[in-house]
Design a protein around this ligand. Structure first.
Ligand code: S3P
Length: 177
C-alpha cells in the first residue's frame, strides 16, 4: 500500500465538515501531531473566538488567521485543521498548498449546518438567514475546490471519513472523488 505523503496534511472545508474531529483521529492513526488554527489563535490572543468577533469584527479575526498561517510555516509532518473561512481570501489557498497536501472535506450544506449547530459558538452563522448562509457557502466553494484532494463526507460517520481520508492520501488517483 502506498504511504501517506510525508509533509503536512491540511484540512479545509465549511463549518461542520468535521475538520477537527476527523483531523484529530487522522493524526492519531498516522502517529502525527494535530494542530487547529482556531486553537492557535485563541492560545496566542487569549480571547475566545466569539469575543474576538464581537470586539474586533470579522476583519480582526481574519488578521489573526493570517498570522496563524505564517506560524504554520514552521510545521512539518503534522495534521492541520483550518477554520472554515481561513482559506477564503486572496492568496490563502496558495499559502496552504505550500504547507503540504490540502484536503477538502466536502459535505452537503444541510448536513454541515446540522453538525455546526450542534457544537460550539460560531459567529459566522449567528444572525444570518438560511439564504445568506447558503450564499456564504457557495462563495467559499471555489476556494475549497483548489485543494489537492477532495473527500466527500455526505452520509458518512467519523470513522468512515477518516478511512476515506487515509485511502485518498495513500492513493489519490484511485480514491479521488
Ligand atoms: C469560521 C469558522 C470557525 C472559526 C470562526 C470562523 C468561518 O471554524 O474559525 O468561527 O468563517 O467559517 P470551524 O470551521 O472549525 O467551525
Amino acid at each position: 500500500m502506498a504511504a501517506v505523503p510525508a509533509g503536512n496534511v491540511v484540512l479545509v472545508g465549511f463549518m461542520g465538515a468535521g475538520k477537527s474531529v476527523c483531523g484529530r483521529l487522522l493524526a492519531r492513526r498516522l502517529g502525527r501531531c494535530f494542530v487547529e488554527t482556531d486553537d492557535m489563535i485563541v492560545a496566542r490572543d487569549g480571547r475566545p473566538i466569539p469575543e474576538i468577533f464581537r470586539q474586533d469584527g470579522e476583519e480582526g479575526f481574519r488578521r489573526l488567521e493570517a498570522e496563524a498561517v505564517e506560524a504554520l510555516r514552521l510545521k512539518s509532518g503534522e495534521v492541520i485543521a483550518t477554520g472554515g473561512g481561513l482559506p477564503c481570501r486572496e492568496g490563502r489557498m496558495d499559502a496552504l498548498r505550500e504547507l503540504g497536501t490540502v484536503v477538502w472535506l466536502r459535505g452537503d450544506l444541510a448536513e454541515l449546518l446540522a453538525r455546526a449547530g450542534r457544537s460550539g459558538a460560531r459567529p459566522m452563522l449567528n444572525s444570518r438567514t438560511p439564504a445568506e448562509i447558503e450564499a456564504l457557502y457557495r462563495s467559499r466553494e471555489p476556494y475549497y475546490a483548489r485543494a489537492h484532494l477532495t473527500v466527500d463526507t455526505v452520509g458518512l460517520g467519523i470513522d468512515q471519513v477518516v478511512g476515506r481520508l487515509l485511502a485518498t492520501l495513500r492513493d489519490p488517483h484511485a480514491a479521488r472523488v
